[in-house]
Design a protein around this ligand. Structure first.
Ligand code: NAP
Length: 522
């Protein structure tokens, strides 16, 4: 397998971030987008480039609770006219959006990299994934919605139809700032719902650019509203608004749990929570080690380990652990870390100083809990990395599994990797399942009987064989089990979440004939 950009090369020393930031990319002023109007708020915050905190990417309003209420009321007012358009009419506006994304692909990709730090090939992949979702959703508009089904009574026609639920709140994380919002928003609006979107406070400028495209694509006023701000206030106001009928949340388990709890008291509210993971790559004794090592590097360090599907655990059969570990560490030492706008960079910065502290905390716990440290990654502070949130990978080992450890159970959301030695496939799966999460699992084996055992016995929503534990395609489900999600993944699953399935039956006879032989005689 060829090396990914940055892997297998010597760490470059020269910084290029100052010359690569185009002047027009600095200092965007974002606004809330409510009922087709661009609105400021009384207070603002700044979005900083994680590769260079001296670079203010933009200034952002903090939507007040009353502005969130206005946005929900605008969405509610727009709902009747929007739901009465045909699916095809709505799909055509989604198609307009896909064309605009294609037009602006490079500019949007750079903005994703500048605001959330991931290397430019990953910034581009984020936007391309969003484009694919827009294309997929536009295409869905011409496919069957529900279906006709036979009735027990010959003179009756029966249909299963889908109706929109009303106002949908969408709250998203920062790590796929362009794609994840569209995974929720587009199925919702295609089905005839209207939306209030609260993006992450870490990536508001990407969200602002997206809102500009919604306007240009021709979504009528009030159909998609964007409110900026902080989760505990702006987000909380959206979650608790009585006129929000569906909440589509993607983010951490802690926040998802809070959202589920607060919605539990409102019976009309349907909540979808897609959350984190403590994912793993399982390397079995017969694994092709070239594939195993490359899958492990990609699974652990893409987006600097800040993916919900990141493999923070390498569960390796003891028979090949020494070989695997030696080759994995060789690659780890050569990972290029720097500003994501540089083409040679494999790992960009962490999103924030809080992210760096969290990484340090997980590393400290691994040491305290007896992990054998194999690569003691440090915070990078040299001239190349001075003003960014740059850290190196941290890799440690447990020769045998140690249950009840924080480091092997909790999501680190950073380049923090444990190698765990196991005896055979059954122990591998037991160790894999021993967390509260169940999102992504990769197994490396040449034996089809073995991957079938893992397929059927591991808890996950996304399973990969001879691949890294990362990677999504918009037409496939994307979601987890246990603490990773409540089972309403993307694509067709998202349409399920934002619509009611209704039964609709029509009698064509001149008399009433009931099912189950029910008598109609008075
Ligand atoms: P996060 O802290 O849970 O935040 C997610 C979103 O929730 C943000 O918009 C946040 O706003 C908002 N929020 C925070 N507190 C809230 C509250 N009390 N009420 C309403 N909204 C609130 O997650 P993150 O740090 O952005 O993203 C990382 C997490 O997302 C990881 O756990 C990762 O695994 C998970 N993730 C899951 C998937 C998936 O598909 N399963 C995909 C990507 C990421 P602020 O930004 O203002 O705090």
């Amino acid at each position: 397998m060829p090396c990914e950009p940055g892997v297998g090369r010597i760490r470059a020393q020269q910084t290029m971030s100052s010359v690569l930031i185009h002047p027009t990319e600095a200092g965007v002023t974002a606004q809330n987008y409510i009922n087709g109007e661009w609105l400021a708020s009384d207070s603002t915050f700044q979005s900083l480039n994680p590769a260079n905190r001296n670079h203010v990417v933009g200034t952002v309003p903090v939507a007040s609770r009353s502005q969130v209420r206005d946005a929900v009321l605008a969405a509610k007012a727009a709902f009747p006219a929007w739901k009465n358009k045909s699916w095809v009419q709505r799909g055509e506006i989604v198609d307009n959006l896909s064309q605009l994304i294609k037009r602006d692909l490079e500019e949007l990709s750079r903005m994703v990299t500048i605001e959330c730090g991931k290397p430019i090939n990953e910034g581009r992949a984020d936007v391309v994934e969003a484009l694919h979702m827009a294309q997929y959703v536009a295409g869905l508009s011409r496919l069957p919605i529900g279906h006709a089904i036979s009735s027990e009574i010959p003179a009756k026609d029966a249909y299963i139809l889908r109706k929109p639920k009303g106002v949908v709140g969408v709250i998203t994380p920062w790590n796929f700032p362009f794609a994840i919002p569209l995974w929720g928003i587009l199925p919702a609006v295609l089905a005839g719902n209207t939306v209030v979107f609260k993006p992450s406070e870490e990536t508001p400028i990407v969200a602002h650019k997206l809102a500009k495209l919604f306007e240009e694509a021709g979504f009528p006023r009030g159909v998609i509203n964007t409110v900026h701000g902080f989760g505990e206030d702006t987000g909380d106001a959206l979650v608790k608004d009585p006129d929000v009928n569906v909440m589509l949340f993607t983010g951490s388990l802690a926040v998802g749990k809070m959202i589920q709890q607060s919605a539990a008291s409102e019976v009309h509210k349907f909540v979808v929570t897609e959350m984190g993971g403590k994912n793993a790559t399982i390397v079995l004794e017969d694994a092709n080690l070239d594939i195993a090592v490359n899958a492990a590097v990609l699974g652990a360090f893409k987006t600097s380990g800040q993916r919900c599907v990141t493999s923070g655990r390498m569960i390796v059969d003891k028979k090949v652990e020494a070989q695997f570990t030696e080759r994995f560490l060789e690659k780890v030492k050569r990972i290029v870390i720097g500003d994501g706008l540089r083409d040679d960079v494999f790992m960009g910065p962490l999103i924030s100083q809080e992210g760096v502290k969290k990484w340090q905390h997980h590393n400290a716990k691994a040491k305290e809990e007896g992990g054998e440290i194999l690569f003691d990654g440090q915070v990078l502070t040299g001239p190349d990395h001075a003003n960014g949130n740059f850290v190196e990978p941290f890799v440690y080992r447990f020769a045998s599994y140690k249950p009840d450890t924080f480091c092997l159970k909790e999501e680190a959301f950073s380049p923090h990797v444990a190698i765990i030695g196991v005896d055979g496939i059954e122990e591998a799966v037991r160790v894999y399942n021993d967390t509260k999460y169940g999102l992504a699992m990769a197994v490396i084996t040449e034996d089809y009987r073995k991957f079938r055992y893992v397929r059927d016995n591991a808890d996950y929503g996304l399973g990969y064989v001879n691949l890294p534990s990362i990677g999504a395609e918009v037409h496939l489900p994307f979601g987890g089990v246990k603490g990773s999600g409540n089972g309403h993944p993307a694509a067709e699953g998202a349409i399920e979440a934002v619509t009611h399935k209704v039964a609709f039956t029509v009698n064509h006879a001149h008399e009433i004939v009931m099912a189950q032989g029910l008598s109609t005689t008075l």
